[in-house]
Design a protein. Structure first.
Length: 381
């Protein structure tokens, strides 16, 4: 079986990490077991350059003059895919980007972004082009799910939410296949000292890694941590790592005048982010819209205790290995973090549980399950 991977819409972020780690985890034995002969990946050159080189992996680059925006890439694909499919004798198309309308060949797609489907969360972006993009993507992905031979979900929550709320979407063949986690994040459980051990010059470091967008609620977490410092006198510091987006301005209002408590580190290259986890004592995660929260899995793997948003799918992954708060309520965040800070034994136990849970997620497992599902879908026609 020859499989074409349509990576034309994979430009940055989690899609790049997934595709790269997936292909690095595939070996000849996995291919042989699933009767797959080769993969052909079509995408933009900077992404293809990140992928491994194997005799079973062929890379076809979109010309630089055609890769600058979605419309140009779409038109190029429309003009060239039929020839690629014929020349490479393709049996199945895998579209990890989420939107593919198909032709005569069976295809497998993925569900990645729940902002496309969770209207209440998408409405946080107000009347904007960003909000319009979610509406259009919902239409495109709904068509894609209905036409696909198979759909990969990366959380059970995503499948259940879409099945429950979108009667027009009929997903006939699906599988939950979790992303893996790189071994560079794996760390032993961090020793947890009593809060009295920490000083102004050596504060207890609370870390949040995530883009500063409206559904990540950095402002509310920052306000709760400032309250912990001012009300209770804890020697703490809030470390924030992530690019600026729609939630940055509200976060900055809280940070203004509290720069000693709140330290914004900006974007850190993904290849170096594991070093940031090693500096922290506690991790907080305040998102209200995720599919599979990869950053949360990174924190679980890093040996840190975690205070987390109670919104699904976070509890699906963190289970009873974290303490939960209502991120819409500053007092709830405050009480949750305070409880954990005051109990070093609880912190250690939570970190031990979450680190153990994180061992379920590996790219080797993701690759094996993905190939099995692709082979099943390809053989069904």
């Amino acid at each position: 079986m020859n499989i074409l991977i349509d990576a034309t819409n994979i430009i940055s972020g989690g899609g790049v990490s997934h595709l790269t780690e997936l292909l690095f985890a595939i070996d000849d034995d996995k291919l042989r077991r699933n009767e797959i002969s080769k993969f052909i990946v079509v995408g933009i050159e900077p992404i293809l350059n990140k992928l491994p080189n194997h005799n079973w992996l062929k890379k076809i680059s979109i010309p630089k003059t055609k890769d600058s925006n979605f419309l140009k890439r779409f038109l190029w694909k429309k003009q060239n895919f039929k020839k690629i499919i014929t020349d490479e004798e393709i049996n199945l198309i895998f579209n990890p980007g989420g939107s593919y309308f198909g032709g005569k060949l069976p295809f497998v797609t993925m569900c990645r972004n729940m902002l496309v489907f969770e209207t209440e969360e998408a409405n946080r972006f107000g009347f904007s082009l960003y909000r319009l993009k979610f509406v259009l993507l919902r239409i495109f992905q709904s068509i894609s799910f209905n036409k696909a031979e198979g759909t990969i979900f990366i959380s059970k929550y995503a499948h259940d939410y879409i099945s429950r709320n979108y009667n027009s979407i009929n997903i006939k063949n699906w599988e939950v296949i979790h992303h893996g986690i790189s071994d560079r994040f794996r760390n032993s459980v961090k020793y947890q000292r009593n809060i009295e051990h920490y000083t102004e010059s050596n504060p207890y470091k609370i870390l949040y890694v995530s883009i500063l967008d409206v559904y990540k609620h950095h402002d509310k977490i920052a306000e709760a941590i400032v309250n912990l410092k001012k009300r209770d006198g804890f020697n703490i510091q809030f470390l924030v790592v992530g690019g600026k987006a729609g939630g940055f301005s509200n976060f900055e209002k809280i940070r203004e005048g509290n720069e000693k408590i709140i330290k914004y580190l900006g974007k850190v290259p993904f290849e170096e982010i594991q070093n940031i986890y090693k500096e922290a004592d506690l991790f907080v995660y305040g998102s209200t819209c995720e599919n599979m929260p990869n950053i949360l899995i990174e924190a679980m793997t890093s040996g840190l205790p975690i205070c987390c948003s109670e919104k699904q799918p976070m509890p699906e992954f963190l289970n009873n290995a974290g303490k939960y708060f209502n991120v819409e309520n500053v007092e709830s965040i405050y009480e949750c973090i305070k409880e954990v800070i005051l109990d070093s034994e609880m912190r250690f136990n939570l970190a031990t549980k979450s680190t153990t849970l994180s061992t379920k997620y590996s790219w080797d497992k993701c690759a094996s399950e993905t190939l099995q599902f692709l082979a099943k879908c390809g053989q069904s026609k």
